[in-house]
Design a binder for this molecule. Structure first.
Ligand SMILES: [Zn+2]
Length: 367
């Protein structure tokens, strides 16, 4: 939902206007929400309605994106603007979680104090497995020192504000839910592509996490019996045929230029230049991606899938290639409207989502 009147909110949430008023008033008092544009009464009569939305002057949320080798922090205003961004790289020989936490904490401190007001809370998106009940990192590939680190408790102790932690793919979904193309939808999915594949689902008005946040490991669903070995130790996972690692290995084997840094955007350029093998590799990559997307659609029917990451860098051209194959692979049901769309390709989508986790918590808005 975007800016909405009290009546809209009552309709959407299924509670009375009086209840909505009771929830909204304290948020107006705290300047988290403001009243905006007045909508004239409709032809059927009724009172003019005032639309409510987040105040530009409200305290910001500090968003953190934690990767295996660096941490990004920024502030996010309640209307989704991202500012005061900062990135800290971890030293190559880092293997102590407390040392890593000091770097994260310093980065949060620097970002949080870059404005002259306190922050509302800290939202953390982690590129790893998360225990959402405990707010801890279960495991992060390439950064095993973080295993079982209670990041939520540690940040809450240090900064004394509400802290919310989730997996990066789910943060992307929350960002799209609050600030992007998922706004106002009861069902949608987000799929991240690139070095890894991840997904998050919003089904029947709720974010699906699974017990302790175990859901969303779509990259490790098996799409090839007797397929190649995956880094998870199994064989034939979707990740083995639809990530940048596959693309780069194939580019090397097929003699394409600079295979080690190949991505969708450059592959499209090579295909357009008529470089031998590029157009075929592009088609194959698009097909391999469409297989997992079709499996997701068949199983959960999100009907609206927002693509992030490397694929989004390929723009409409890549989307069309994937979509053509995707439509061949899904069962069509008369009257169904199934769409694949591109999300924001930058990391700001995940940062906004990390902030959205806190926002949902503060507004008591169940995700
Ligand atoms: Zn795997």
């Amino acid at each position: 939902m975007g800016p909405s009147s009290r009546a809209d909110l009552a309709r959407y949430t299924g509670v009375s206007r009086g209840t909505v008023g009771g929830i909204v008033q304290p948020l107006l008092d705290k300047r988290i929400l403001v009243e905006g544009e007045v909508v004239p009464p409709n032809q059927a009569g009724g009172k003019p309605a005032t639309k409510l939305w987040f105040s530009k002057d409200a305290k910001p949320i500090c968003a953190v994106l934690l990767m295996h080798d660096h941490v990004r922090t920024c502030l996010v205003s309640l209307d989704g603007a991202v500012y005061a961004q900062s990135t800290e790289k971890f030293p190559k020989d880092l293997n102590d979680p407390h040392e890593a936490f000091q770097i994260i904490s310093r980065s949060v401190q620097k970002t949080a104090t870059s404005v002259d007001m306190p922050i509302l809370g800290i939202g953390v998106a982690v590129a790893g497995m998360i225990n959402t009940e405990a707010g801890s990192i279960m495991s992060m590939s390439l950064a095993p020192f973080f295993n079982n680190f209670p990041i939520e408790t540690e940040l809450a102790k240090e900064f004394e504000v509400p802290v919310c932690v989730d997996k990066d793919d789910r943060a992307l979904l929350v960002g799209d839910r609050w600030f992007g193309k998922g706004r106002g939808r009861g069902n949608f999915a987000v799929v991240y592509t690139g070095e890894v594949l991840g997904a998050a689902l919003y089904i029947d008005g709720h974010l699906h996490r699974g017990p302790s946040g175990a859901g969303g490991e779509i990259g490790h669903t098996i799409v090839q019996l007797n397929g190649s070995r995956c880094k998870c130790g199994r064989s034939g996972c979707w990740e083995t045929i639809a990530t940048l690692r596959w693309l780069r290995d194939e580019a090397l084997a097929r003699g394409l230029p600079q295979p080690a840094s190949l991505d969708t955007r450059r592959l499209i350029i090579l295909a357009d230049q008529g470089v031998e093998g590029a157009a075929e590799l592009l088609q194959e990559y698009a097909f391999n991606l469409s297989v997992g997307l079709a499996n997701l659609q068949q199983l959960m029917a999100p009907n609206y899938i927002i693509l992030h990451g490397d694929v989004a860098q390929g723009g409409e051209r890549m989307l069309q290639l994937i979509e053509a194959r995707f439509r061949e692979l899904i069962l069509s049901r008369p009257g169904d409207d199934v769409s694949l769309v591109l999300g924001d390709s930058e990391d700001v989508a995940a940062l906004r989502g990390a902030a959205g986790l806190v926002l949902s918590e503060l507004l008591n808005f169940p995700l």
